[in-house]
Write a protein that binds this ligand. Structure first.
Ligand SMILES: N[C@@H](CCC(=O)N[C@@H](CS)C(=O)NCC(=O)O)C(=O)O
Length: 196
């Protein structure tokens, strides 16, 4: 049985959603970033972590790929051009969405007060809006790639949800409706309603 370490309202949600999608049971340690509990599993205090037997794995996207490869789900097979294209989209989302949201978080509440530069947030919001338009244009079907859900669908939806929570401008209706359809998935709802 897997154990997910990290609060539901953090990047741990990505891992919980992934586990729900692939139908794997898990227990949940709902601790916050930098908490003593988080540091037991990752000395940096960063969440999420995944406990799988004797192994403790870190980084939400690394964990999602680990689970996708291990269970042969939500991914193109490793070592194929299809996987390289999928990975390119995943890394684009990390660069162009996750990193922007994380920078905004750092300048809102993560950094000590004296290191925050709140003025940077307008520029980050504009950058995120550009990324959201690019992503919106690329959506053709129910999923970002092909006819089935893959890791980047979960990552993109999580980033869009995060942008809403962070008070970023709304994404366009096409992308917003797509994200809503992802949030309507039973696996998303099961993970999102976990306590903590
Ligand atoms: N790239 C990592 C980022 C992990 C991360 O920064 N998580 C945040 C919470 S969502 C955290 O633990 N922040 C505490 C810190 O950076 O000290 C991932 O995707 O797991």
């Amino acid at each position: 049985m897997y154990t997910v370490v990290g609060a539901t309202k953090s990047r741990a949600m990505r891992v919980m959603w992934m586990l729900e999608e692939i139908g794997q049971p898990y227990t949940h340690i709902a601790c916050g970033p930098r908490s003593d509990e988080a540091k037991k599993y990752n000395p940096s205090g960063k969440i999420p972590a995944l406990i799988d037997g004797d192994d403790v794995l870190t980084d939400s996207v690394a964990i999602m790929h680990y689970l996708a490869d291990k269970h042969g789900a939500l991914t193109a097979p490793a070592g194929t051009p299809a996987r390289a294209r999928q990975d390119a989209l995943t890394f684009w989302l990390i660069d162009e969405m996750d990193a922007i949201l994380w920078a905004a978080a750092k300048h809102s509440f993560v950094f000590p007060q004296e290191q925050r530069v709140p003025e940077i947030k307008d520029s980050l919001k504009a950058e995120f809006a550009r990324s959201a338009s690019i992503l919106s244009e690329r959506i053709e079907g129910p999923y970002l790639i092909g006819d089935s859900v893959t890791v980047p669908d979960l990552l993109a939806t999580h980033c869009i949800n995060w942008s809403i929570g962070a008070g970023f401008p709304r994404v366009d209706d096409k992308l917003g409706n797509w994200a809503k359809s992802m949030r309507d998935r039973p696996a998303f709802k099961a993970a999102a309603t976990k306590e903590g």
